[in-house]
Design a protein around this ligand. Structure first.
Ligand SMILES: [Zn+2]
Length: 361
């Protein structure tokens, strides 16, 4: 089977040699790591961030919530600023000129998730004047979106109110996230292909259970994005873990916990409705935080594959998953075309030497 790795360590030459020796096919990373991978005869993909850059570190670039409060998320700016997007595409253009690479994977083209900022408040973005104007131009009712998001915020902060009348506005908000995100993703693909039509354009994308929430829609990328790399992290142990299923779902359950008038059962129903999974036995956010059953990898890979037509689906999973071998087989059982791992660690890769030898090729 096809094995990929994200990064190759602080000593890229040795890391790349290690991966080659153990039968890995490809490495995804920055400039130096990619050069080391190419020198070893591995396939190599450059990885790019999205909404950030040295000129965009001031307050004025930050995303805003419904009340104009600045919110920081994933070291990113407001997701729709023209200058930031143009800078990102320029960076992609330069990356695409690197000889020998197979393609480019983009990361962070989305809106904030519940776990993207210091608190869940960052999720309620972006309603800055640029986004409001863009939403109107794209045919959305920006004011309705903002009012509905404020109602959701109140609802999830203990206020007793009926959310149903604001359903249309919430849908509008999510649809705006989708339209604005897909727009930049397609610009990214176009930019890569303009420089070199043979290069593959790929995306590190949220798992299907979470992707709609941040504006990433698999079906919008059908037949356009060459590589779909769903981030399927099920038991991420660090404190901060945007995109990780256990972290995001635990934070969502915690947010629902603040809605005082929902019963514990209704909170789980709400989580199930958003994620499309039947999450039983996770009434307590701290239980959820410890990790989801390994079968979630199969179910999420299956959904990603179904929505992705003929594209290559190569999920990225945790290298430190305590059930690594089962995690790999579950991901493959879901129809994945290969498995990528986060993140290269010399000792961990070495620990599983026999496993790589057995399954590579
Ligand atoms: Zn904005």
């Amino acid at each position: 089977m096809r094995l990929w790795m994200h990064g190759c360590g602080s000593q890229p030459k040795e890391g790349a040699r290690h991966l080659k020796e153990l039968g890995f096919e490809a490495m995804v990373g920055g400039e130096e790591a990619v050069q080391a991978a190419l020198d070893q005869g591995l396939q190599a993909y450059l990885c790019s961030g999205a909404y950030r850059g040295p000129a965009f570190t001031g307050e004025e670039w930050l995303a805003e919530d419904m009340w104009g409060r600045k919110q920081t998320w994933f070291s990113s700016t407001c997701p729709t600023r023209k200058e930031v997007r143009a800078y990102n595409l320029d960076t992609i253009r330069k990356m695409a000129e690197k000889p020998g690479i197979q393609g480019i994977l983009i990361d962070g083209v989305r809106f904030a998730s519940p776990s993207s900022g210091e608190s869940s408040d960052a999720f309620y973005t972006c309603f800055c004047p640029h986004c409001m104007e863009k939403a109107e131009k794209m045919g959305f009712d920006a004011k309705e979106m903002r009012v509905a998001a404020a109602m959701l915020y109140d609802f999830l902060h203990g206020k007793s109110l009926d959310l149903l009348p604001f359903y249309a506005g919430l849908k509008e908000w999510m649809e705006f996230r989708r339209a604005a995100t897909t727009e930049h993703l397609l610009d990214f693909v176009k930019t890569v292909k303009e420089v070199n039509p043979d290069l593959k354009a790929g995306i590190y994308i949220f798992a299907p259970a979470l992707s709609d929430l941040v504006g990433q829609h698999y079906r919008d990328l059908r037949g356009k994005m060459d590589i779909i790399a769903p981030m399927l992290y099920r038991c991420y142990p660090e404190k901060s873990g945007p995109a990780c299923l256990n972290v995001e779902l635990a934070d969502m359950l915690r947010m629902l916990g603040e809605a005082a008038h929902l019963t514990p059962q209704q909170r789980i129903y709400a989580l199930n409705a958003v994620t499309g999974h039947e999450l039983v036995g996770y009434e307590d956010p701290s239980e959820l935080r410890k990790g989801l059953d390994v079968s979630i990898l199969r179910r999420e890979a299956q959904r990603a594959k179904r929505m992705s037509a003929d594209q290559e689906v190569i999920p990225i999973i945790e290298l430190d998953d305590p059930k690594l071998e089962t995690a790999i087989s579950q991901t493959m059982a879901g129809g994945a075309d290969g498995v990528n791992f986060f993140l290269y660690d010399q000792a961990l890769v070495e620990k599983h030497r026999d496993l790589w030898r057995r399954i590579s090729g």
